[in-house]
Write a protein that binds this ligand. Structure first.
Ligand code: NDP
Length: 295
């Protein structure tokens, strides 16, 4: 019979190897439910580990990374506003982190602390459950950190064209300059004022701004050009609320919709696999998140 999670943790303390340590660093982090999702999967995997949620101010980022190294943490998540600031203090970066210029996951490999970006990969997984992104024509609304990670991964996986529509159009150009030279994707940029007609040419439309976060009624004034029902995917990065105004308008237009919870769970699951070498239990992670949002 399998030993219980509690017994495995007790044995780890008494006889070793000690439990693995993980944390999430950011500011603010109160309200960030990652710890609950990670603890749920560690428990269901019977993987003895502790996961902490830590407030780290911008002045303390270097010391926090030194602390993670000194205490022998096995990995960490990094959230706003430190996804870029941590980079100089790490021992290396994966291709996704290098191209997107942001780190949301730190992996300990042979004693070195490597920065990865699993946000874009988590998003990619949530879309590819429906259909591969290779060859797709994509519209991304937004050019912040989440958009950067998503665009990088879509381009690395063969999206044919990506149009970036953002309020601050220079930020769209920054992404094109950073990612464009390394991929075959054709990029265009547009100014986004909040009122926008979504062309029928797009196979995938991504809402990657923070608009709608914590406000189910907030969204944009979008007109969807007609397209065959189910032939267009519309995805929102906002995960709280799960059903956003953007997704409601996309549903009305006949799109297949993907909520932000999928991206959140899959980016976490990819991190867990990096850290443990084992498959994470996505079902338990999604359930923990859904429960967290009702607290
Ligand atoms: P950033 O602050 O880096 O970017 C915010 C983006 O939203 C920018 O493009 C900004 O435009 C745009 N924006 C903000 N307000 C408005 C507005 N009123 N009108 C038009 N555009 C606006 O944030 P992140 O990219 O880090 O996060 C964006 C969202 O993604 C958040 O809601 C976050 O919770 C979510 N997220 C979800 C994840 C998941 O796993 N599901 C993972 C990571 C993030 P401009 O450039 O002009 O300021």
């Amino acid at each position: 019979m399998n030993k219980s999670y509690e017994l495995l943790c007790q044995e780890a303390v008494m006889h070793g190897p000690l439990e693995s340590l993980f944390c999430c660093i950011g500011d603010p982090v109160i309200g960030n439910p990652t710890q609950l999702m990670m603890e749920a999967t560690f428990r269901s995997m019977l993987f003895p580990a502790r996961y902490l949620t830590c407030t780290v101010t911008s002045a303390n980022v270097e010391r926090a990374i030194d602390g993670i190294k000194a205490l022998g943490f096995s990995g960490a998540n990094v959230t706003a506003p430190h996804k870029v600031a941590v980079i100089p203090f790490l021992d290396g970066l994966t291709e996704s982190a290098r191209l997107s210029g942001a780190v949301n996951c730190i992996i300990k490999q042979e004693g070195k602390y490597i920065g990865d970006n699993t946000d874009g990969k988590g998003f990619l997984t949530s879309i590819e459950l429906i259909r591969p992104v290779a060859g797709m024509h994509v519209l991304v609304i937004g050019a912040g950190g989440a958009a950067r990670a998503i665009i990088t991964e879509l381009a690395l996986h063969g999206a044919s064209t990506i149009t970036i529509a953002n309020r601050t159009v220079e930020k769209a150009q920054d992404i094109i300059d950073r990612v464009g030279p390394h991929v075959k994707t054709t990029f265009t940029k547009e100014a986004f004022t909040g009122t926008y007609t979504i062309g029928a040419q797009y196979d995938l439309v991504v809402q990657a701004t923070s608009v709608g976060l914590f406000d189910p009624d907030k969204g944009f004034d979008l007109v969807w050009e007609p397209k065959e029902k189910g032939s267009r995917i519309a995805a929102d990065v906002v995960f709280n609320p799960v059903h956003t105004q953007f997704l409601a308008s996309a549903e009305k237009a006949g799109a297949t919709t993907v909520d932000g919870l999928g991206m959140l769970v899959f980016q976490g699951a990819i991190a867990v696999t990096h850290w443990t070498g084992k498959e994470a239990n996505c079902e338990s992670m999604r359930k923990a998140m859904e429960e967290a949002f009702t607290i």
